[in-house]
Design a protein around this ligand. Structure first.
Ligand code: ATP
Ligand code: MG
Length: 376
């Protein structure tokens, strides 16, 4: 630590004052002691340690200190001076740290208390840095949450406003009787109805999203056969796939795979993944559902051919409201919440989900533990 000029002179002054005080103290003790020795010489001589080793009486009243005593007293004096100076130096270090703390508290959170204090002080400084860092991280997290809530509200208002505007528009036309024929009336009603359904889907998704986002959401766990569940899902989607001239196929070396999960939520994940493959795999022919397992985990991969997802979009797919091609997704009625919900559901099950492109395949890979850890 670098001392200021003022601190240096304070230290020097402290040294002098200490030397003066010690000198005065020694002198007072010396005076009292000589008087006592002269008053009771026999007594003092009889105690060996106070005899020739420490003092010597010359003649009747001259007392001198033995070299041993001089060395001892000097040593004590040096120790006392060192201790006092060190204490004062510590106080100065402390006041340096306190003033830097004030500086940090004024909002300069990335300021570092830079001096090398050594010993305990440097451990204190280290702990202060850790404390400041964790406080700053907590503040940033808070700010991020706040910002993401604002974003959520903006996105939701935007996504609700668009269909709502057309619902109001078409209902307005109907109310004012501005239609030519029954067919036109029906067309307006149909558009308003479709837009209202789109809004409902968004609100449902939003509700689901906020529900599965909370890490405390309870899972309704049950044992089931994953292969059987996927086969059922394939049946549900077969008609839609046939309409798009696509084929859905389960590929697995397993005939059954028993595991534990919240089936309703897991179905939600696969529904979205298969629906996405059908919606966005336009021009593709195939949807593959590959299932494997090891002792602990199920590995499930849902892949579709068709237009690949651009590399830079891959890392954003699981962000809420993220849509690669907004116009095409909107025309498909998507809200961009499906994968965000899927990711939250998977992490509620302590699993992972990722998206990648491999050659002609767009793949969504899921890893799910076969059994969920029991709480408590
Ligand atoms: P929602 O699922 O809420 O109805 P969505 O399908 O648009 O809406 P997500 O499921 O989260 O939302 O998908 C986000 C975006 O990722 C989609 O809009 C689409 O652009 C892209 N995407 C998802 N799956 C695929 C896929 N298999 N192939 C190509 N693009 C995909
Ligand atoms: Mg989707």
């Amino acid at each position: 630590m670098k001392l200021t000029k003022r601190e240096k002179s304070k230290l020097v002054l402290e040294g002098f004052v200490t030397v003066g005080l010690i000198f005065l103290l020694y002198y007072a003790v010396y005076v009292i002691f000589t008087r006592m020795v002269l008053a009771f010489p026999q007594f003092f001589r009889s105690i060996w340690i106070l005899g020739d080793v420490i003092i010597s009486v010359q003649g009747d009243n001259v007392i001198s200190l033995t070299p041993f005593l001089v060395v001892l007293l000097s040593l004590i004096a040096v120790i006392v001076i060192y201790w006092r100076l060190k204490r004062r130096y510590r106080q100065m270090q402390l006041s340096h740290i306190i003033s830097e703390l004030h500086y940090i508290a004024e909002g300069h959170y990335d300021h570092r208390i830079s001096h090398d204090y050594g010993g305990d002080m440097s451990r204190v400084v280290e702990s202060i840095h850790v404390l400041v860092d964790s406080t700053v991280a907590a503040m940033e997290e808070e700010r991020r949450i706040e910002q993401s809530k604002d974003e959520l509200i903006t996105n939701v208002s935007h996504d609700i406003r668009t269909p709502l505007t057309s619902i109001i528009g078409y209902l307005g036309l109907i109310e004012e009787g501005r239609y030519q024929s029954k067919e036109e009336l029906q067309k307006y009603t149909h558009v308003a109805y479709e837009k209202a359904k789109q809004m409902k889907a968004l609100v449902d998704d939003l509700f689901e999203y906020t529900k599965v986002r909370q890490t405390t959401t309870p899972l309704n766990l049950s044992q089931f056969d994953m292969i059987q569940l996927l086969e059922q899902l394939v049946v549900d989607f077969e008609l839609e796939a046939a309409k798009k001239q696509m084929e859905i196929e389960i590929v697995s070396p397993l005939t059954e795979l028993h595991m534990e999960a919240d089936t309703e939520k897991i179905v939600r994940v696969f529904n979205n993944l298969i629906a996405n493959a059908l919606k966005y795999g336009k021009g593709g022919k195939q949807i593959l559902i590959e299932v494997e397992a090891n002792e602990k985990e199920a590995l499930i991969m849902i892949s579709n051919d068709g237009p690949p997802i651009p590399q830079k979009a891959l890392s954003h797919l699981f962000d809420r409201f993220y849509r690669v091609d907004i116009s095409r997704s909107q025309e498909n009625g998507g809200t961009g919440l499906g994968l965000a919900i899927a990711e939250n559901i998977v992490s509620l099950h302590h699993g992972q989900i990722e998206a990648k492109t491999e050659g002609k395949w767009t793949r969504f890979c899921l890893v799910l533990p076969l059994q969920q850890e029991q709480k408590g």
